[in-house]
Design a protein around this ligand. Structure first.
Ligand SMILES: [Fe+2]
Length: 166
């Protein structure tokens, strides 16, 4: 591996972009349904929701919690508070996604889409600020604080469990 730090950071940002793209895609579908330019496709919305629910739970957050955040806690004591917040947000993400799933079930029953739109917008707003804090605070701090051995551990774990592998 040429540069483990660059490789690990690229994987994290890639996975953020994938989640962000699907969330934006869902918002576009919902907006089009509301505008009357697209029919409601509950199955498509469910497939998109499956992705944004399973990808972070199975692939992305475990790697952050168990590798990046764990090693960063050891090397940068000042990161503890932000890391506590971000780990709590990984749990909060599950709750917001569960709300969205319930709203999608309600949409399937009633055809109404307002509740789904609210749940989706709440998750999108949450996700942007969460990923922004990771990219703007945690990744630069990690670049300053972690050593080559840490990055090799992180990059190896991150590459072994990539988005397209599950
Ligand atoms: Fe992340």
């Amino acid at each position: 591996m040429q540069n483990p730090a660059a490789a690990a950071i690229e994987i994290i940002k890639d996975e953020h972009r994938s989640m962000g793209a699907i969330v934006k895609g869902m918002q576009a579908r919902v907006a089009a349904v509301k505008a009357g330019t697209e029919p409601l496709d509950v199955y498509l919305l469910r497939a998109m929701l499956d992705y944004i629910e399973m990808m972070p739970n199975r692939v992305h957050h475990p790697k952050e919690d168990e590798y990046l955040f764990r090693l960063l806690r050891r090397r940068a004591v000042e990161a503890a508070k932000v890391l506590d917040d971000l780990e709590a947000e990984h749990i909060r993400a599950r709750e917001l996604l569960a709300t969205m799933r319930a709203a999608l079930d309600a949409t399937r029953e009633s055809g109404g889409i307002d509740e789904l739109e609210r749940a989706l917008d709440a998750y999108a707003a949450f996700l942007w600020q969460h990923m922004k804090r990771e990219e703007e605070l945690i990744l630069p701090l990690a670049e300053r604080s972690l050593d080559a051995g840490d990055w090799l551990t992180i990059a190896t774990a991150f590459q072994a469990n990539r988005d397209f592998a599950w």
